[in-house]
Design a protein around this ligand. Structure first.
Ligand code: PLP
Length: 233
């Protein structure tokens, strides 16, 4: 087993443990392997260990990997999630290549993606990004703005609204961290009353995964714990 394969096994165990500790089934929590800045050889090791869902932050890097793995025997099983901030001028590449986007925070980018989604592809799965910690500099909308954006997205023909995503501010106090995640779960459950088909609450990264699962996350986005530290050199 390679280091990445060992890391993946450890992360899967941690997910299962966190789920069991709060009486959830481990299958309720999907693992998104965040491969940004990592070479295709690292992604291949994860694929060989059974990983199929990958998250990328940079459009061109993600498209390069998607195209590289289109020749893989596992191509049809792979699921590519765009999880970085998206500029309008790069939306077409996301619409033409990815399966999911987690960072929708305005109607304009959503309608562009819907228009640009090729008709021979299934609709693009989208999550609305919530700025739960209300940090001025971070992307995402406030919970107040959620009903309007959810309604706008749901009316777009080539998108499927799947749920919510958040990146909370780092929080040292585990009780406060848990409370922030629970606020997201509450908003997600409320939204389900109007959109019963939504099924994805994307929250939890390497440092806060267990608390996110305890609070109700259905998809954790894990980079460092699987692929090691990133070098942005
Ligand atoms: C980089 C990134 C992750 C992974 O973070 P780690 O701390 O390395 O697990 C998850 N989500 C988003 C949006 C990211 O940009």
């Amino acid at each position: 087993m390679t280091t990445i394969q060992q890391n993946l096994a450890t992360v899967r165990q941690q997910i299962a443990l966190a789920a069991q500790q709060c009486d959830r089934s481990p299958e309720e929590v999907q693992l998104l392997a965040v491969s940004k800045t990592k070479p295709v050889s690292a992604v291949q090791e994860a694929i060989d260990a059974g990983q199929r869902r990958f998250g990328e932050n940079y459009v061109q890097e993600g498209v390069d990997k998607i195209q590289y793995f289109a020749a893989s025997p596992f191509a049809a099983e792979l699921e590519w999630h765009f999880i970085g901030p998206l500029q309008s001028n790069k939306s077409r590449s996301v619409a033409e290549h990815f399966h999911w986007i987690h960072t929708i925070d305005r109607e304009k980018i959503a309608s562009r993606l819907s228009e640009q989604r090729p008709t021979n592809m299934p609709p693009l799965n989208v999550l609305i990004q919530i700025n739960i910690s209300d940090e001025q500099s971070k992307s995402g909308i406030s919970l107040d703005e959620l009903p309007q954006l959810a309604a706008q997205i749901s009316s777009l023909p080539n998108l499927v609204f799947r749920g919510l995503m958040t990146i909370p501010a780092p929080e040292k106090d585990p009780a406060r961290q848990l409370a922030v995640f629970r606020q997201m779960t509450q908003a997600f459950n409320q939204l389900k009353a109007d959109y019963p088909h939504i099924d994805t609450l994307s929250m939890g990264m390497t440092d806060d995964m267990s608390n996110a699962i305890r609070a109700g996350s259905t998809m954790v986005r894990i980079g460092t714990a699987i692929f090691g530290a990133r070098n942005y050199g």
